[in-house]
Design a protein around this ligand. Sequence first.
Ligand code: NAD
Ligand code: WQD
Length: 346
Amino acid sequence: MSVLVCGGAGYIGSHTCVALAAQGHHIVIADNFANSSQRVLLRLQRITGAPLECKHLDLRSKTALARMFATHQFDAVVHFAALKAVGESCARPLEYFDNNISGTINLLQAMQGAGVQRLVFSSSATVYGDPERLPVNEQARLDVTNPYGRTKLVMEQLIGDLCCARPMFRAAVLRYFNPVGAHPSGLIGEDPTGIPNNLMPYICQVAAGRRSQLSIFGDDYPTPDGTGVRDYIHVMDLARAHVDALEYLARANASLTVNLGTGHGISVLELVHAFEAASGRRIPYEIQARRPGDVAQVYADPSLAQRLLGWRTQLDVHAMCRDAWRWQSMNPTGYERAKSEVRARG
Ligand code: NAD
Ligand code: WQD
């Protein structure tokens, strides 16, 4: 298949490009590099052993999209391109709605104009808010609590409406739980800008000596050890699900919405201890107040994805920590080091 990967230079997108290329799909990345480095492209070429086509464009530009769709024939689109920081979305809601929703509308219009009928869309467990029952399945009440989450919900609804209006159009809406880890080569991984918001990248930076200690946000939740519980999923397992979703859309005359998680909850303290065991580094931490907006625990019922896609996770928490640490220790300052590599090579 010829696949357009919007946001393919980002964390999950880059790992999915590897999984797609490994299955022989031809990929074209479209990214504005708002939250990623062009250096990832060199790394992807090293992993896949093949040159990679990338369009530097913003989905908010209809002209740039029209130009790309006029010169390429795609069988499907995998759409990762979005802004994703919850706190930032509360401070800059207009920017989030504009980037995430306007960008998606433009993309869907360009797909329609070019007759591209298959979409894989990155959604998030954030659409469940604070679920009433665990594990959370796809029938759970949707309840978003921040502007970022609202953009995801609106886009899910928009895609659903389009599927109703155009029976030939098919979409796989994938609700990710908490993606962590990195490609086993250590060449690509998560490279947050500034102070990490998410737990795993923060732990990695503490282990690498970039931050002195981890703040654990609350130890008084109604969970076994009092710290928050989440469903961490290895990014390579997640990447593989996109390939499976594309194959599903190609063979089944149907759309789907599925959870992508392991089905197991892990607490903050359990993740810290697993990381210490995998890395051999100690992670000093301090218990702080709860982070506003956090819920006690969320983990997936992934059985629908197993049934429809034949997909299940294969990598455990040890692999998640080992691979996150390999990426971090090989790239202590993320893709920044790659810049000097490029300069050194002239
Ligand atoms: P990321 O920021 O690493 O990747 C997103 C990519 O999209 C970046 O390369 C960015 O430059 C690009 N982009 C953003 N807006 C764009 C635009 N207007 N035009 C072109 N490119 C644009 O994020 P990620 O962690 O890889 O997440 C990928 C997707 O998965 C996002 O849609 C995110 O909301 C969703 N998601 C992520 C998580 C997570 O914890 N990482 C969890 C659930 C869902
Ligand atoms: C995990 C646990 C924190 C940092 C977020 C988004 C969600 C989705 C995934 C995109 C919680 C605790 C964290 C720290 C800590 N993204 N923690 N110290 O909040 O489950 O989900 O990312 O769709 O929308 O909300 O992930 O990694 O931020 O937190 O104690 O420095 O770690 O309280 O219990 P979260 P997270």
